[in-house]
Design a binder for this molecule. Structure first.
Ligand code: PGA
Length: 254
């Protein structure tokens, strides 16, 4: 597949895998994906498994991501984890604003932008998630919602920081439901997102930023989704929890 932007495929393990289970998974992924150079590969285990996975990915083509970070550098914030603490485990990416955090933890676009700034300040790369709900899509509000999320979640980022940011378009109705957006729906949302990036930043940034698709990506639909001109990778939930399915997604995407 010939695109200017290198594909980036990330596994979002969510609240799955103990450290011991994570170790099993990462050892298998390392073995099966060792030859892959065409795609940037990222795994995002829960915080408690970062140590175990970190030691394994150091000498591999897999990079480590976290699923969240505090907006603060440190201090009296019980239960929070700072970007600096993540760096200690060689974390390179941080998923921000996932719809589950927006829904269950009440994360706002403003909070996501503060977290994105904290992430960049530590020289880590945010993967900023946006996406509409089913109600919003049915009310023809998809583009308005995406634009608002982009403006709010990327507020304050410099052009240089935006270039080091990955976006993930994840229609909420497709996450964990088995109902994938069609390739046309994904392409049209991604093209729109790129248009908004032109207005928020500039044409060359918009061309360079990678936009992942997320929501029930599996081996059977990866090829078609990844072949869309504005789809630059995938954020994979359920299918990233097993060596076979994640490996097949990666191999079908090349
Ligand atoms: P899913 O999750 O692949 O299980 O739909 C995607 C995500 O939430 O990032």
């Amino acid at each position: 597949m010939n695109k200017d932007r290198k594909l980036i495929i990330a596994g979002n393990w969510k609240m799955h895998k103990t450290a011991a289970e994570a170790l099993d998974l990462i050892v298998g992924l390392k073995r099966e994906l060792a030859a892959i150079k065409e795609v940037d590969l990222v795994v995002c285990p829960p915080f408690t498994a970062l140590g175990a996975v970190s030691a394994e990915v150091l000498d591999s083509n897999l990079r480590l991501g976290a699923q969240n970070v505090s907006e603060h550098n440190g201090g009296a914030y019980t239960g929070e984890i700072s970007a600096l603490m993540l760096k200690e485990f060689s974390v390179r990416y941080v998923i921000l604003g996932h719809s589950e955090r927006r829904q269950y933890q009440g994360e706002s676009n403003e909070l996501v932008s503060r977290k994105a700034l904290a992430t960049h300040a530590a020289a880590l790369k945010p993967i900023v998630c946006i996406g509409e709900t089913l109600d919003e899509r049915q009310a023809n509000r998809t583009e308005t919602v995406l634009e608002t999320q982009l403006k709010g979640s990327l507020a304050g980022l410099t052009k240089d920081q935006m270039e080091e940011t990955v976006l993930a378009y994840e229609p909420v109705w497709a996450i964990g439901t088995g109902q994938t957006a069609t390739a046309e729906q994904a392409q049209s949302a991604h093209a729109f997102i790129r248009k908004v990036l032109v207005s928020l930043f500039d044409e060359s940034i918009a061309k360079r930023v990678r936009i992942q698709y997320g929501g029930s990506v599996k081996p059977s639909n990866a090829r078609e989704l990844m072949s869309q001109s504005d789809v630059d990778g995938a954020l994979v939930g359920g299918a990233s929890l097993e060596v076979r399915s994640f490996t097949d997604i990666v191999k079908h995407s090349i």
